[in-house]
Design a binder for this molecule. Structure first.
Ligand code: 5GP
Ligand code: MN
Length: 328
């Protein structure tokens, strides 16, 4: 991987250009949404023109975030920008159709916390120890003395709270809490934002969980737990893509389970299986397992999109996990 640029180089690029597009990964979670909107709002405060693009648009449950209305799907006709910024996105294909809609950007900036980031772009800043890309964006804002409004603080909170699993994962550090203290001082209402992020779900999500638990399997002497979602079941319970988020934690939280896997049939024309993986122990590196299938992510949380039908992909992936567990 290439060496990181400095915050000063990124700041210089932000200050000296005018037209920006900020992008993040497919199916944007709280981090992908929050860090993109936060940086976009910050650039707007600086008087810049900013577009915020996501291949899948904004997720319904995150639309309460101030500024999330800026998020648009990339246009069919490419547009000109001075600077294109990719956030929280380990590989360019994970931006979906966004890169193809950017014409003539003088500069690509890549800011991320995924260990598997391929280092694409002209200015690359990867910190795999940061629990969220939003934490890096915060550090950038602070280092450069850029604006931090209440709306920006809400978005950074959403980013950090999501990617630390509500401050439960081991990537949560003293620095994370220092930052969060500053975000509260900047206007975050913890109770209100937590309710939106973690305590409000459509009923379809619960119906979905019931259907998934019916498919639950334990393999490798109970060390691997998985469940699977077919398109038919998703349609039956009326579940959308965002309803699946976080359900895998039910599997991981089970005693004895080291690796949890969620298989999901994608909509046509994608025709691939989305594999979502979680580990409880760094010895079982799910980023490495997912990389065997063209995916990536973090040591304890990773994913891939695998071609093939559901049963075949399940068999292949469970075999790879079993091999990894036997030879860690
Ligand atoms: P999730 O399971 O929540 O979709 O993703 C967990 C982690 O793995 C996230 O950091 C996400 O960016 C990464 N990830 C998920 N799916 C893919 C994929 O298809 N390719 C790559 N490279 N990373 C993925
Ligand atoms: Mn992230």
């Amino acid at each position: 991987m290439s060496t990181n640029c400095t915050f000063a180089q990124i700041t210089e690029a932000l200050r000296t250009h005018q037209r920006f597009v900020v992008m993040s990964h497919l199916r944007p979670d709280g981090d992908a949404t929050g860090c993109a909107v936060a940086l976009a709002l910050c650039l707007k405060e600086m008087g810049k023109e900013v577009a915020v693009w996501n291949h899948d648009g904004a997720m319904e449950k995150l639309r309460f975030l101030p500024g999330s209305e800026l998020i648009q799907k990339p246009p069919a006709e490419p547009l000109d920008f001075d600077v294109a910024i990719a956030l929280d996105t380990s590989t360019q294909p994970r931006l979906g159709d966004c890169p193809a809609a950017v014409r003539n950007a003088k500069l690509w900036i890549n800011i991320d916390h995924h260990i598997s980031n391929t280092g694409y772009g002209n200015l690359v800043y990867i910190d795999s120890h940061a629990p969220a890309a939003g934490q890096i964006v915060f550090e950038l804002i602070r280092a450069a003395g850029l604006p931090l409004t209440a709306a920006i603080a809400d978005n950074l909170w959403a980013a950090i709270a999501t990617d630390t699993g509500s401050f439960q994962y081991s990537n949560t550090t003293a620095r994370t809490f220092e930052i969060c203290a500053e975000l509260i001082a900047a206007g975050v209402n913890v109770g209100k934002i937590s309710e939106h992020l973690f305590q409000t779900h459509p009923r379809s999500r619960l119906e979905l969980l019931r259907a998934l638990l019916n498919t639950m399997q334990f393999t490798c002497d109970g060390r691997v737990a998985s469940f699977a979602l077919t398109r038919a079941t998703a349609a039956e319970v009326g579940a959308g893509p965002e309803d699946t988020e976080g359900l895998i934690d039910t599997l991981r939280g089970t005693e004895g389970v080291m690796v949890a896997v969620f298989f999901e049939e994608m909509e046509f024309p994608e025709g691939r299986i989305r594999v979502s993986m979680r580990s409880k122990d760094p010895r079982y590196n799910v980023c490495k397992i997912c990389a065997q299938f063209g995916g990536g992510g973090h040591v304890l949380a990773a994913g891939a999109r695998v071609p093939g039908d559901l049963a075949a992909v399940e068999a292949k992936v469970l075999k790879a996990i079993s091999d990894a567990i036997q030879h860690p």
